[in-house]
Design a protein around this ligand. Structure first.
Ligand code: SAH
Ligand code: MG
Length: 216
């Protein structure tokens, strides 16, 4: 992990059980990046509520929520649970196990709930089921951490940044997933959001894989 000096992330304190649950959960969060999520959340959790956009089946929520439990904090996990473009039936990242009974629609909410139940994190992770743009329009609560991992179209990723980043407090952390500088490695929207955040005065705190941690 590359670390910059103006914010120091605490060392991970995940229990073996949480770690195993996080690693075993369905989703899109490599273990080394998940641990950086967890460390960022340990820094943020005592400072106020945290919010992630894109919960899917709860994998990232375990890394973040385990830090919330450590400090009596909370994570709001925003997701309509209908999947991103690439999760739809027939698309590259469609997992058959997350389709509903009709087989026609994604429904990750039951999976999300089971992951949180199995880890005993229901008290520290609150599922907010709905479109992120709608939630953002009505969100008023200051945040200690914002993790952007929702829709990866340019419009969706930019809207998630625009809709929530102003709620970050003075030492609030902005985390962005799937930042690829080379288009050959993946879509560019999260990278563009990362560049926009730097333009807005955020500075890089840590980087691991495609995860970036920023603060003011
Ligand atoms: N963080 C997860 C992966 C998230 S995948 C993990 O650790 O595995 C992206 C998620 O964003 C999907 O579950 C999808 O339903 C959600 N999503 C995409 N666009 C959204 C939107 N506009 N509003 C709410 N959720 C959205
Ligand atoms: Mg991601």
């Amino acid at each position: 992990m590359v670390e910059r000096l103006h914010v120091t992330l605490p060392a991970a304190v995940m229990t073996a059980a949480d770690l195993e649950a996080a690693r075993g959960a369905r989703g899109f969060m490599p273990g080394d990046e998940g641990l950086v999520l967890h460390r960022a959340a340990l820094f943020a959790a005592p400072r106020g509520p945290m919010l992630e956009v894109g919960g899917y089946c709860g994998k990232s929520a375990v890394y973040l929520g385990s830090a919330a439990r450590e400090h009596g904090g909370v994570l709001f996990s925003v997701d309509h649970h209908r999947g991103s473009e690439e999760n739809q039936p027939g698309e590259l990242y469609c997992e058959e196990a997350v389709l509903d009974a009709s087989g026609a629609r994604v429904d990750t909410l039951p999976h999300f709930r089971r992951t949180l139940e199995a880890t005993g994190l229901e008290e520290w992770v609150v599922a907010v089921v709905g479109g992120s743009a709608t939630v953002a329009r009505h969100w008023r609560t200051p945040l200690s951490l914002l993790f952007i991992d929702g829709g990866h179209s340019e419009a969706a990723a930019q809207a998630d940044y625009a809709g929530f980043h102003a709620h970050l407090g003075e030492d609030g952390l902005l985390l962005i997933h799937d930042v690829f500088t080379d288009p050959a490695d993946g879509g560019q929207a999260p990278f563009h959001v990362y560049q926009r955040a730097l333009d807005d005065g955020f500075r890089e705190v840590a980087a691991q894989g495609s995860l970036r941690v920023l603060s003011r």
